[in-house]
Design a protein around this ligand. Structure first.
Ligand SMILES: Nc1ncnc2c1ncn2[C@@H]1O[C@H](COP(=O)(O)OP(=O)(O)OP(=O)(O)O)[C@@H](O)[C@H]1O
Length: 255
């Protein structure tokens, strides 16, 4: 069943068509990869899904509803959370506080209740604290709950970003290069974590340059080149696809 449907989406910046008439579906419960050489349009697709950009043309359907024109915070509330290619944590807040910041959008009590410290508010805060700690444990960094985010290792900052995104209770989690800057051992741990996230019933869409990660974890892969979709299929199909091989070899020769 399609959870997210990208339908003939186009986005240009000036004369540059960053995403050109791209369509693909993300099915409920799957782990799907979006790959392609540098500048292919992958991050722009993520920014279109998460409401940072609005498509010039096309439709984006989440859970049978159009999300085009919604603000990023509304899209989070609908159940789409993301991490960023360049880490965006609050470096002067602790790991736990960063996760609580993610949970905030789900809190029922309003600002007035918070100021007055009403009983309902206190209970909700305690529950959120417990949940935030559980999420740190889930991603494997509970021992660092009171360490400032800016002092965590790069790999642990990436895990913290995932915990913060999970705190918004997403149905779809979008990961932009989660293995970026991770060593081999951390990357292995990340692969296991992504599988565990899916086992919680959360659908995962990821951009990743590390082909080892993509091929190991994704059930399906969509390939972009110069803004257009050039292939879609299982890891095995993608590995053997002549267009994909050419796109990547071309980049290596250029680079
Ligand atoms: N805000 C913007 N203004 C102008 N051009 C942009 C903007 N965002 C992206 N682009 C351009 O759109 C194209 C696609 O960029 P995008 O970041 O989506 O590619 P990508 O596949 O994510 O690349 P990478 O793998 O290097 O992150 C690039 O040529 C980029 O320079």
């Amino acid at each position: 069943m399609s959870l997210l449907s990208i339908q003939r989406v186009t986005k240009s910046f000036g004369g540059l068509v960053a995403v050109n008439n791209v369509s693909f579906d993300v099915n409920s419960g799957e782990i799907i990869g979006l790959i392609g050489p540098n500048g292919a349009g992958k991050t722009t697709v993520f920014n279109l899904i998460t409401g940072i950009y609005t498509p010039d043309q096309g439709e984006i359907i989440f859970d049978n509803e159009s999300i085009v024109g919604r603000k990023p915070h509304q899209i989070v509330q609908l159940g789409i959370a993301r991490t960023f290619q360049t880490i965006r944590l609050f470096p002067r807040l602790t790991a736990l506080e960063n996760v609580l910041a993610g949970a905030h959008c789900r809190m029922k009590s309003g600002v007035i209740a918070a100021l007055l410290r009403l009983p309902g508010q206190k209970k909700e805060e305690e529950e959120k604290l417990y949940e935030a700690y559980s999420l740190l444990k889930f991603v494997g960094i509970a021992d660092y709950h009171d360490v400032l985010a800016g002092n965590l290792s790069y790999g642990n900052q990436r895990l913290l970003e995932i915990a913060r995104a999970l705190a918004t209770h997403p149905r779809l989690l979008i990961l932009d290069e989660p293995a970026g800057g991770m060593n081999e051992k951390e990357t292995e741990g990340l692969i296991e974590l992504i599988a565990k996230i899916r086992d919680r019933g959360i659908t995962v869409l990821l951009i990743e340059h590390d082909m080892n990660v993509v091929m190991k974890i994704c059930e399906r892969i969509v390939v972009l080149e110069y803004g257009s979709k050039i292939a879609e299929g299982t890891p095995e199909e993608i590995r053997r696809n002549p267009k994909v091989i050419e796109a990547y070899l071309g980049t290596e020769e250029d680079g």
